[in-house]
Design a protein around this ligand. Structure first.
Ligand SMILES: [Ca+2]
Ligand SMILES: [Ca+2]
Length: 228
């Protein structure tokens, strides 16, 4: 029975145990993070508190109801979804027409077939009803994302939220995309928020990151063993 355990193997057992504990901790921590920052598309906006955003100044638009104050973006770590939120300065019953240009391959043009255009129409005076359509960068219609969804503040509203899948955008986890949100007044450009670059991760992305971390720790361990 003496072959089963010896003092010389003790450090190895310790390191392997530590690695296992770290891996388990990582797997436990990831879903916990996902729960705390989850966005729900419900026309309520507390879930956006503290999330990344691009601010925009007041008074630079053609009309008050199309004068944007901020553009928010995030992803739920346990879902295959990307989420966006637009905010204007003035609360009003007038509708808001938005376009979000997405340069999916981050090469500086929004006009390729691989790129995307999201068109959104938000109607506070209809209970916050929201319509969202998806086009490719050359203007070809892809699909309807939302029809009469209650994704905006009703009555006199300032904010609207929307979301779509990684598949809809045709991107992979951690792919860097470039985005710009604009508002329209009729068919004319009214206001635009500064461009932003972003590398969103989905559920698969976080699992891959976890696996890579574990593989990295394992590699370090075996390298150290080899050097000893
Ligand atoms: Ca919400
Ligand atoms: Ca503005």
């Amino acid at each position: 029975m003496s072959g089963l355990f010896s003092w010389s193997s003790a450090p190895r057992v310790l390191i392997a145990g530590t690695l296992l504990a770290l891996s388990l901790a990582l797997l436990l921590v990831m879903p916990a993070r996902a729960q705390s920052g989850a966005i729900v598309l419900d026309g309520q906006f507390d879930d956006w508190l503290g999330l990344p955003s691009v601010p925009d100044v007041q008074g630079d638009a053609q009309t008050n109801h199309s004068d944007l104050s901020a553009f928010y973006f995030t992803n739920n770590h346990d879902q295959d979804y990307l989420f966006f939120m637009a905010e204007r300065w003035d609360a009003g019953s007038e509708g808001m027409e938005l376009r979000l240009f997405i340069d999916t391959n981050n090469n500086g043009t929004y006009a390729e077939a691989a790129d995307r255009l999201i068109e959104l129409s938000y109607h506070p005076n209809q209970g916050g009803r929201t319509y969202v359509d998806l086009y490719d960068g050359q203007g070809a219609y892809i699909k309807q994302i939302a029809y009469q969804m209650n994704w905006g503040e009703p009555g006199k509203g300032r904010r609207v939220e929307w979301g779509l899948t990684f598949t809809d955008l045709g991107i992979a986890p951690y792919q860097t995309i470039r985005m710009q949100l604009v508002s329209n007044h009729g068919t004319q450009l009214s206001d635009s928020v500064g461009e932003v670059q972003w590398s969103p991760a989905n559920a698969l992305g976080y699992w891959l990151l976890g696996l890579l971390t574990i593989a990295g720790l394992g590699w370090l361990y075996y390298r150290r063993r080899g050097m000893a």
